[in-house]
Design a protein around this ligand. Structure first.
Ligand SMILES: Cc1ncc(COP(=O)(O)OP(=O)(O)O)c(N)n1
Ligand SMILES: Cc1ncsc1CCOP(=O)(O)O
Ligand SMILES: [Mg+2]
Length: 221
């Protein structure tokens, strides 16, 4: 299993970025210490997503920050990204692994115990789990209020994969989610909508690191 030393994971969405471009958001988040960036931009035509991905990669490749592409294995391959994040209706994990090879990171969204079991069996590198709390950034199938920190605990007890929590997370609730068993906090709006992205990212990351120290001390993570 790959060792992912990720605390804070930013998912881009220009339409949720308070009038700023995704590249501006990415630059500021990089400055603030984000660990991984996912190109999402669901509504952008593939050609434009590719061009934007090229610009994001130019930034991340000069750093230790990982660059992940949402949904599309072809785009991840074309951009030579560090990996892909798959949903349950994207290309099956086994096919994605065959195409991308062993070195690329493949994350997958998992909700049910069956999905989680299959993710592990088929060689996922991490699980995206949520929505933890309610969110306006995506319409989610699970309960409107989210699975809550207790849902994260249940899944982390079932799975050996790193747990990337998502949905309604911010710097005020991230510690509770880490203490519940998440390894990484992933966000769209808490960073893309922040007035001062770089400052927000720094505070956010410091809190996650402190919560992890506490969780290690208490034997949770
Ligand atoms: C880190 C992370 N976790 C979960 C998701 C959600 O993926 P998916 O279920 O495919 O939904 P979309 O983001 O594609 O709408 C994610 N993107 N990243
Ligand atoms: C993509 C996604 N998948 C589950 S919730 C969500 C949206 C997360 O956005 P936010 O961090 O703004 O709640
Ligand atoms: Mg998806």
């Amino acid at each position: 299993m790959k060792k992912l030393n990720w605390d804070l994971y930013l998912i881009t969405e220009e339409k949720l970025s308070a009038g700023r471009s995704t590249l501006e958001v990415v630059r500021e988040a990089v400055d603030g210490g984000v660990d991984v960036i996912q190109l999402r931009e669901k509504n952008l035509p593939l050609r434009e997503r590719f061009r934007l991905g090229q610009e994001i990669k130019k930034i991340t490749e000069q750093t230790d920050i990982d660059f992940i592409v949402n949904d599309r294995v072809d785009l991840a391959l074309a951009l030579d990204a560090d990996g892909v994040h798959l949903g349950q209706s994207d290309l099956p994990l086994i096919e994605a692994r065959r195409i991308l090879g062993e070195d690329k990171i493949i994350g997958i969204s998992g909700h049910t115990f069956k999905e989680i079991e299959l993710a592990e069996r088929d060689g996922a590198d991490y699980l995206g789990v949520g929505a933890v709390f309610s969110t306006d950034s995506k319409q989610v199938d699970s309960s409107k209020d989210g699975i809550g920190p207790a849902g994260i605990t249940k899944i982390s007890e079932k799975s050996n994969l790193p747990i990337i929590a998502i949905g309604g997370l911010n710097k005020d609730n991230c510690c509770q989610v880490i203490e519940s068993g998440a390894d990484t906090i992933s966000v769209i709006s808490a960073i893309t909508k922040a007035a001062n992205i770089s400052e927000e990212t720094k505070i956010f990351k410091d809190r996650i690191i402190s919560a992890k120290r506490g969780a290690i001390k208490n034997g949770i993570n």
